[in-house]
Write a protein that binds this ligand. Structure first.
Ligand code: OGA
Ligand code: MN
Length: 223
């Protein structure tokens, strides 16, 4: 009986926290995405969830689980294109403390699917660390001949007092010449249409950490 009660309470708590999170941010996210197709939300996660995610990412990094990211179909390492190390995050390989975050992303995806009529069916995500001096050149996330990535989400796992002088800004191109630089401040979420915005990661003076992912059509679509 006590087990049932506990289970019931924790399930209800999960439901409230996910719903609460969506309710807290939905107005800004929906308005931004529907009007300009990108959005920046500060203090996205409750502070303790943010801390847990940041701790999990740095633990994986320290244990050498993040591997140099590769580029293109040939899966070659090209430091002149991108210099980060990544680890794909899945329920099967991540620390249980991360499950609530995966639930939050699934819930965000479901709300965006319903509210914006987007064909979002699944998501993929990884931890990324850019060592000092590394970068990712200007690119588009939704590759030609592979249109299954619809929305990009990036949650920064750095300190919250990351200063401009530390570099590492996400440079989002509004068109060919005009851009906006976004500081990778801890617990800041950036969401954007993967097929519209070219963007790049500027070099930083200290390790730059993020949890990055894509909401997409199912994997049988595209290539
Ligand atoms: C990417 C990317 C941006 C960032 O991983 O494709 O563009 O700010 N990341 O980390
Ligand atoms: Mn990108």
């Amino acid at each position: 009986m006590s087990v049932d009660l506990k289970g019931g309470i924790s399930k209800r708590f999960d439901l409230v926290s996910k719903t609460g999170l969506w309710n807290q941010h939905k107005e800004n996210i929906l308005l931004d995405l529907s009007s300009k197709r990108w959005s920046v939300i500060d203090n996205f996660l409750p502070h303790c969830s943010f801390k847990q995610l940041a701790i999990a990412a740095s633990r994986d990094y320290q244990e050498g689980l993040l591997k140099p990211a590769t580029v293109g179909k040939s899966k070659k390492r090209r430091e002149k294109v991108r210099g980060d190390a990544i680890r794909w995050v899945q329920r099967s390989n991540c620390h249980p403390s991360i499950y609530p975050i995966l639930d939050i992303i699934d819930n965000l995806q479901e709300n965006l699917r319903q509210q914006l009529f987007l064909p979002l069916q699944e998501n993929e995500s990884h931890f990324a660390v850019y060592p000092p001096g590394t970068f990712y050149v200007k690119h588009l996330d939704c590759h030609r001949n592979q249109n299954n990535r619809i929305l990009t989400f990036i949650l920064y796992l750095n300190r919250r007092n990351w200063s401009k002088a530390n570099g590492g800004q996400l440079r989002m191109y509004m068109d060919k010449h005009e851009f906006v630089d976004i500081n990778p401040i801890g617990n800041r979420l950036v969401l954007f249409d993967s097929s519209v915005f070219y963007h790049e990661v500027l070099p930083a003076t200290r390790p730059r950490m993020s949890y990055t992912g894509w909401m997409r059509r199912n994997s049988t679509f595209g290539s």
